[in-house]
Design a protein around this ligand. Structure first.
Ligand code: KG4
Ligand code: ZN
Length: 336
């Protein structure tokens, strides 16, 4: 089954064709990040206008790259939420219109669940597993028992990991999005120069990243001439918090496999340190290729395939789900 996936929840307009949830035919993307960098963050109205301007062309490009005409696809999947209302609305409307015109089934997928399914493009998914999703708006740990079976174990109590990088980069005078800029600056820091930031400890499997951003601001005020070293301290503190809590959860729940996903999983230090620490304990870590860590249409098409197999469909009168939560809480299990 060839699924066309459409993503428009934030500042990327993306479309892709994926067969049977794993075989990639084409993945195209247009980003308004460069436009947004003038504002230092995503302006919802700017994002929505850009989606309107490019969505049709991006879908056409994906079909063209795949060498397919619209009759060559079997279903349409779209990010239904969470995200910016105006932005989501464009993708959902495009997907529904296309599906209606071509008499195809259409399914809405959860944006964070889609991030996890970027891993299906790298190899067969194996369950049960621990899932760490680190994006610009969310940081979540979940137990992933199978398709459609996610139990939320922990999340950030304030800023997301990507948000810490975005805000940190702004304080350091680096551009938007901040994650890649922080990584670049950190890589350029002098190896013999060292500065440290505290790693926040919160209860359970939750995270907190607003304190480290404040601590970084103070550190930078004291050392304005050591920007790259300050950036590396921020990167290290965020990565250490993610690695420590994730491995603790994996051990506590007896999970020997970790799926990493979301924009921040493109970060090389996170990939390296989580991979090494997990390997030391006999735990396998799977991560999507960097291009599929950040927002893309392929992950939406892959997730959509498994939702469609499950019988899910987007109702003709359904719209975006802006605050859609992912997974059930441990005490809600088995109560459906
Ligand atoms: O998943 P994503 O593309 O969009 C959301 O769903 O939010 O994630 C974007 C986030 C941004 O905060 C960005 O700064 C961060 O991912 N990011 C990175 C890297 N690339 C993107 N953070 C650290 N290192 C990177 N290489
Ligand atoms: Zn995302």
């Amino acid at each position: 089954m060839r699924v066309l996936g459409i993503e428009s929840s934030c500042d990327e307009t993306a479309a892709a064709v994926v067969e049977d949830g794993r075989r990639l035919w084409a993945s195209e993307i247009a980003s308004s990040a460069a436009l947004q960098s003038a504002y230092g963050g995503v302006v919802p109205e700017v994002a929505a206008r850009e989606h309107v301007a490019v969505v049709t062309a991006v879908v056409e490009r994906a079909l063209k790259t795949a060498g397919l005409d619209p009759t060559g696809i079997d279903a349409v999947a779209v990010t239904q939420g969470p995200g910016l209302l105006g932005a989501l609305l464009i993708g959902v409307t495009a997907a529904k219109s296309l599906a209606l015109a071509l008499s195809l089934p259409v399914v809405g997928v959860h944006h964070l669940e889609a991030h996890l399914y970027a891993n299906a493009l790298e190899g067969p998914l194996e369950f049960p597993a621990l899932a760490l999703i680190v994006s610009g708006g969310h940081t979540m740990l979940l137990q992933w028992n199978g398709h459609g079976d996610l139990v939320a174990l922990g999340e950030t109590r304030d800023d997301a990991a990507g948000e810490a990088f975005d805000k940190g980069a702004r304080i350091l005078g680096l551009g938007y999005p901040g994650g890649p800029q922080i990584e670049r600056a950190a890589d350029g820091a002098n190896a013999s120069d060292d500065l440290r930031l505290p790693v926040a400890r919160v209860g359970g499997y939750d995270f907190s990243f607003s304190g480290v951003k404040t601590a970084m601001r103070e550190l930078y005020q004291r050392h304005p001439d050591r920007r790259d070293t300050v950036a590396r301290a921020l990167e290290q503190a965020v990565v250490t918090a993610l690695v420590q809590t994730t491995l603790r959860a994996a051990n506590d729940f007896g999970l020997r496999r970790i799926y990493l996903a979301g924009g921040v999983s493109a970060n090389r230090r996170l990939r390296r340190e989580l991979g090494q620490s997990a390997a030391d304990q006999g735990i396998a870590v799977r991560v999507p290729r960097p291009a599929f860590c950040t927002d893309n249409g392929a992950m939406v098409a892959a997730a959509g395939y498994f939702r469609l197999l499950d019988g899910a469909r987007l109702d003709a009168f359904e719209g975006p789900r802006v605050d859609w939560r992912l997974g059930v809480k441990p005490d809600e299990r088995g109560e459906d």
